[in-house]
Ligand binder design. Structure first.
Ligand code: SF4
Length: 396
């Protein structure tokens, strides 16, 4: 697992909290102000470091902890795993806690703009349990961060908590992305409930050229969905929210997390989507991330995919035949039927993606999504076993 933050020596107060890490080879082509960049000198020979370069008004100079002293220049030295920052990343510097944290990783498939810790649902398997804290400061922080993200970044999620709790603040985030990152696919992960009865959805019409929404649906009737999100009335609110987003010409993905009671009714849920939400662009059928609230509810929510192969196959078939795009996320190839391999995506963010010892002998490891780094035997299918022969796996 890649580290998200590390202890650091921070030689003097740093002006900007968020800094773009810059490799020395990128230096001539960058247009950012020096004050917003940390020049990465960790692999640069000392003989190449002239005072003229070092004394430019850098936000920081990233050095090895044992590198020679640079006097009163703004040196940042990571203590521990240096992979917390590399060229192209954005780091947050915290001089009070003597820490550096990663806020954007160049080349990672799972970069997230984290909008808020607050949420109006309380899902039984929530991997990021909500906290009812005042964190409005995140809005300006995110607007600053967006300015430092690579313009050719392919995709970003906007997540939380529940991002729509930011109201107009979420519109500002999307608009800033439209201005700075118009080619980036933005995917807002929302429970859709605040789109019900408000006019917020209208604000996203034409707000960004490549914007979509990921909305969870855990049941084909209110009792099941409301149980999973632990909120009475959520099913009706989410459905009305989905229709409101459709009316605002938004692209919508339905996300179905495969907790046991949902897995049991997966074919019915697929038919419900087919009949009632035929306009959705994509459905993601997602294995559980075994962290947060999920750990406390293991007995109620864990379902070995090996026991639900028929339900999974039927749901995929129903959606596929309806012309709705369908993918399987977070499930390794060896636990699903071979006919479903073409729907399986390598969906786990690079920094929290790992494989088990059994995988080292597997011919399909390079194509398999593997596991969350925090998987334990209790969350591992009995079907996990290396696949010996390389089998054609057509791209989905
Ligand atoms: S053995 Fe490992 S790499 Fe191979 S399919 Fe199973 S989980 Fe994936």
């Amino acid at each position: 697992m890649l580290p998200l933050e590390s202890k650091a020596i921070i030689s003097k107060p740093i002006g900007a909290q968020l800094l773009k890490v810059l490799g020395i080879d990128e230096f001539p082509s960058t247009t950012l102000p020096f004050q917003r960049m940390a020049l990465d000198l960790r692999d640069v020979p000392e003989s190449m470091l002239g005072r003229g370069l070092l004394e430019l008004p850098w936000g920081g100079l990233l050095r090895s902890a044992d590198a020679p002293d640079l006097g009163d220049l703004p040196v940042l030295a990571i203590i521990g795993d240096g992979r917390v920052a590399k060229a192209g990343d954005v780091i947050e510097v915290d001089p009070l806690r003597h820490r550096i944290a990663s806020r954007y990783r160049r080349g990672d498939n799972g970069n997230v703009l984290f909008a808020t810790e607050r949420c109006n649902s309380y899902c039984v398997m929530c991997s990021q349990p909500p906290r009812q804290v005042q964190d409005d400061w995140r809005l300006n922080h995110l607007l600053d961060l967006i300015d430092l993200i690579d313009a050719d970044e392919p995709s970003l999620a906007i997540s939380g908590g529940e991002p729509t709790l930011l109201g107009e603040g979420l519109v500002q985030i999307v608009e800033r992305c439209a201005s700075k990152l118009p080619d980036t696919h933005l995917h807002i992960l929302s429970n859709g409930r605040l789109q019900d009865g408000s006019e917020l959805h209208r604000r996203f019409e034409s707000a960004h050229p490549n914007l979509s929404w990921g909305i969870p649906l855990y049941g084909d009737h209110y009792g099941l969905h409301d149980y999973v999100v632990q909120s009475e009335g959520a099913f009706a609110q989410t459905l009305r929210g989905i229709y409101a987003l459709e009316a605002a010409q938004q692209r919508i993905e339905i996300r179905v997390v495969l907790v046991r009671p949902t897995f049991e009714r997966l074919p019915q849920i697929a038919r419900f989507i087919q009949r009632n939400l035929p306009f959705v662009e994509h459905v993601a059928l997602m294995g559980i991330e075994p962290i947060g609230f999920a750990k406390a509810h293991h007995a109620d929510i864990w379902a070995d995919p090996a026991d639900f192969g028929e339900e999974l196959s039927t749901a995929v078939e129903v959606l596929d035949q309806s012309g709705i795009g369908v993918s399987i996320y977070n499930l390794p190839l060896c636990v699903i039927d071979r006919s479903l391999w073409r729907y399986a995506a390598q969906s786990i963010s690079t920094w929290k993606n790992d494989y088990l010892p059994a995988c080292s002998d597997c011919a399909l490891k390079a194509r398999c999504g593997g596991f969350f780094s925090w998987v334990t035997p209790a969350w591992t299918s009995r079907a996990v076993a290396p696949i010996k022969e390389l089998v054609a796996c057509p791209a989905h």
